[in-house]
Design a protein around this ligand. Structure first.
Ligand code: AVJ
Length: 342
């Protein structure tokens, strides 16, 4: 993390070059695997972020409203318990729900972390305008690799909302939570929003809405690959599929090839064959049981102090703090070094 370039309050940990390299590596790996798979982080170019914003307003997509209702009721308690002077938000997107936290905490510093520099520039600009006393230091980063350095001198709240944690398969989720635990010091807190297991009918509806916005969002990853990797995906030759995986307890989105076809990606010098009906997974969205999720946090050394759900029991918000730093030293060198610098 030595090469932090700082421009207008945006620190770039994930430089355009590094981002392009990661995109190429991940897409090559995913498209040459059997079955084919693409990581969900590449949905979010400007159009993808707008489409996701539209998803959060869909009648079927209860997640955002449920989480908001919990936060509305609990932000004062969160402020009182944490006394946080710094708010760090991972995958903050448009920083909409963030305002609830900012209003209640009135922190000195806000650090939004997101892979999309344009989204960050816009939301950081708006927040700086609306909260003149607030210092906004945005970080372009990948939350799986760039857990930020927390300021040592004041209590911080690290927020990871919206059930984005559900995008991580179990092993990566454990690694990530370990990294979170290692990056928090005494007096810091972790605020986690997670969607809960519920009726498959409602879950499928939330990921296959009647207006077709999620379909457009899913297909957008092909447009991103066309634009950034010189791909020639025919977006009309793929269908949106959303399924509940009962064993794994996660929603999965796929793109299904409507016919046998060959796709070329210029930047990868790669040709990929799709069979008629072939499924390519583009996202998992794990759904949780509040107690089991709390146990996962406890297992990495995060003591769950509060566990809230909305009235319908659809969504959970957990507030945790590090118990000790008794986890295996050197387990995650980057996070460990960050902690020791504090
Ligand atoms: C932003 C990752 C939480 O998994 O529900 C919305 C993304 N995908 N509809 C989710 C998404 C399809 C969303 N997260």
């Amino acid at each position: 993390m030595s090469a932090i370039q700082s421009t207008a309050g945006v620190a770039v940990l994930f430089s355009p070059e590094e981002r392009a390299l990661t995109l190429r590596e991940e897409v090559r790996l995913g498209l040459t695997s059997t079955p084919k798979e693409l990581p969900p982080k590449w949905f979010y170019d400007a159009r993808g972020s707008e489409l996701f914003d539209a998803i959060t307003r869909l009648p079927e997509y209860y997640l955002t409203r449920a989480e908001r209702s919990i936060l509305e009721r609990r932000v004062d308690e969160i402020a009182e318990l944490t006394e946080a002077r710094t708010l760090i938000e991972l995958g903050s997107g448009t920083s909409d729900k963030t305002r609830l936290l900012l209003d209640a905490l009135a922190p000195r510093l806000f650090v939004p972390v997101d892979v999309s520099e344009t989204t960050l520039q816009e939301s950081a600009g708006r927040l700086a305008r609306d909260y003149p006393a607030l210092d906004v230091e945005a970080v372009v980063g990948d939350f799986e690799r760039h857990l930020p350095l927390l300021p040592a001198d004041e209590p911080s709240l690290l927020a990871f909302l919206g059930s984005t944690i559900g995008n991580l398969p179990p092993t990566q989720r454990t690694l990530f939570l370990n990294d979170v635990a290692a990056s928090l010091g005494d007096g810091d807190f972790f605020l986690l929003g997670a969607d809960l297991v519920k009726s498959p009918t409602r879950l499928v509806a939330a990921y296959d809405d009647a207006a077709g916005v999620t379909r457009e969002f899913n297909l957008n990853v092909l447009r991103v690959l066309n634009g950034e990797l010189g791909g020639d995906f025919d977006v009309t030759a793929f269908e949106h599929v959303a399924r509940w995986n009962a064993e794994a307890e996660w929603m999965e989105m796929f793109l299904r090839s409507a016919r046998r076809q060959t796709v070329r990606l210029e930047a990868l010098e790669l040709e990929v064959e799709f069979d008629a009906g072939e499924l390519m997974r583009t996202e998992i969205s794990a759904k949780f049981h509040p107690r089991r999720l709390a146990a996962e946090l406890e297992a990495v050394g995060l003591a769950v102090e509060r566990r809230w759900t909305d009235d319908a029991g659809d969504f959970a918000v957990l507030l945790a703090r590090p118990t000790s730093h008794s986890h295996v030293e050197g387990w995650l060198p980057e996070a460990e070094r960050a902690r020791q610098r504090r």
